[in-house]
Design a protein around this ligand. Structure first.
Ligand SMILES: [Zn+2]
Length: 388
């Protein structure tokens, strides 16, 4: 009998070690590791699923060019750039991973935190839904062992939280919100606890109490688009528009954070990391558009997350009061600064440098002031709509 037991144990160990040899287990590393749906690429990069935290355990099942295919659950995979992974000799695999107890707490009257205990830092997908407003999370490679969810009175924005085991190894988390507007969230791990920090709405909607970040697109060696007749550089004019907006917002009493105030090259991911540290209430990125068709002209605003659409709609509406063609409001925009979930953000493509009529406007300092006034008016409208 003893012999049989030994053989059984030996066989079991073999299976585990075969699994370890067949697949590689790595951890995420670097600046904003990103999971992608596919290998499609354009000037904005492949379609992003979302950025994930560092030191997340990933199971590599295949490799294509610069990417690993990672197994999220039995039925789901994602692409992850190899350069965003590292070896970890301390990884100790478990036959299964569980969620533990949760808590939902409010902090310092400014945010709520949903904390989900986990056995390991595992991959996740997080997104916004509207009408009714929710934050949705999928935790991959995990089974629910959550037997209670403690919710405290200090919570202001989170209305309710619950989970569904939607696949054998996928736990879906629903965070219902109280307000009509998404004010942003920050997701990641604190040790092995998955946390979602959910912003409360501002307590005071006066512009004097707002911290607003402005991003002048491009800079330094990244010159951006070029003017069709004058060959002016996008980086120089985004800075002029950004400074005009800064001047106006400061005059109105807002606190302004600039991603750059001079002709410096800043990586877009560094802009995101800087802004995540600063935690402004709103973020506006300014660019100038370009098309291979010179007749294309007009203004457009962009958002990625549907919960932030209202800000981009308010700004576009006001911008259209200027004598500009409507190029449109663009959603699911796959641009790095728009991927921020932490606070409402909007990218404004003021006009087309590739269109002679738009270019003439872009050159005019009076137009810079007018654009600043319209962006400000759009921000004011947005705040007014969502004031409690
Ligand atoms: Zn640009």
């Amino acid at each position: 009998m003893r012999k049989i037991a030994c053989i059984a144990l030996f066989t079991c160990l073999c299976i585990v070690s075969t699994a370890q040899e067949k697949y590689r287990y790595l951890r995420t590393t670097g600046k904003l590791p990103m999971m992608a749906y596919g290998l499609g690429a354009d000037r904005l990069g492949g379609a992003k699923m979302n950025y994930i935290d560092t030191n997340i355990l990933v199971k590599v099942v295949d490799s294509i060019k610069e990417n690993y295919i990672i197994q999220l659950s039995k039925n789901k995979t994602a692409y992850l750039e190899k350069s965003y992974t590292k070896n970890d000799s301390t990884i100790q695999l478990k036959p299964f991973y569980l969620t533990n107890s949760w808590s939902v707490k409010g902090f310092s009257d400014s945010f709520d935190v949903v904390s989900i205990g986990m056995d390991e830092r595992l991959p996740y997908k997080i997104w916004m839904e509207t009408n009714p407003n929710k934050i949705m999370v999928e935790l991959y490679g995990v089974q629910s062992n959550t037997n209670w969810i403690t919710q405290l009175q200090t919570v202001k924005e989170v209305k309710n939280v619950y989970f569904n085991q939607i696949e054998d190894d996928v736990v879906q988390v629903t965070i219902e919100l109280n307000h009509q507007q998404h004010w942003g969230f920050t997701a990641g791990y604190k040790n092995k606890t998955f946390t979602v920090k959910v912003q409360h709405p501002p307590t005071d909607f006066a512009i004097q109490n707002m911290v607003i970040a402005i991003d002048a697109g491009h800079g330094g060696s990244n010159t951006g688009a070029t003017g069709i007749t004058t060959k002016i550089k996008e980086k120089e004019y985004t800075l002029l528009f950004a400074k005009a907006l800064e001047k106006l917002l400061v005059k109105k009493g807002a606190k302004v954070i600039m991603t750059r105030s001079s002709d410096t090259a800043i990586d877009n991911k560094d802009r995101v990391l800087f802004l995540q540290e600063q935690q402004p209430r709103l973020f506006i990125s300014i660019h100038l558009n370009s098309s291979s068709k010179t007749e294309v002209q007009g203004v457009s605003t962009y958002y990625k997350h549907v919960g932030f659409r209202p800000l981009s709609v308010s700004i576009l509406k006001k911008m259209l009061e200027l004598d500009l063609n409507e190029f449109g409001n663009v959603g699911s925009f796959n641009f790095i600064p728009n991927a921020i979930t932490d606070f409402p953000n909007c990218l404004v493509e003021v006009a087309f440098l590739s269109n002679p009529e738009d270019e003439r406007k872009i050159l005019d300092p009076k137009f810079h002031k007018k654009v600043a006034e319209k962006i400000y008016a759009g921000i004011k409208d947005f705040l007014k709509t969502h004031q409690q």
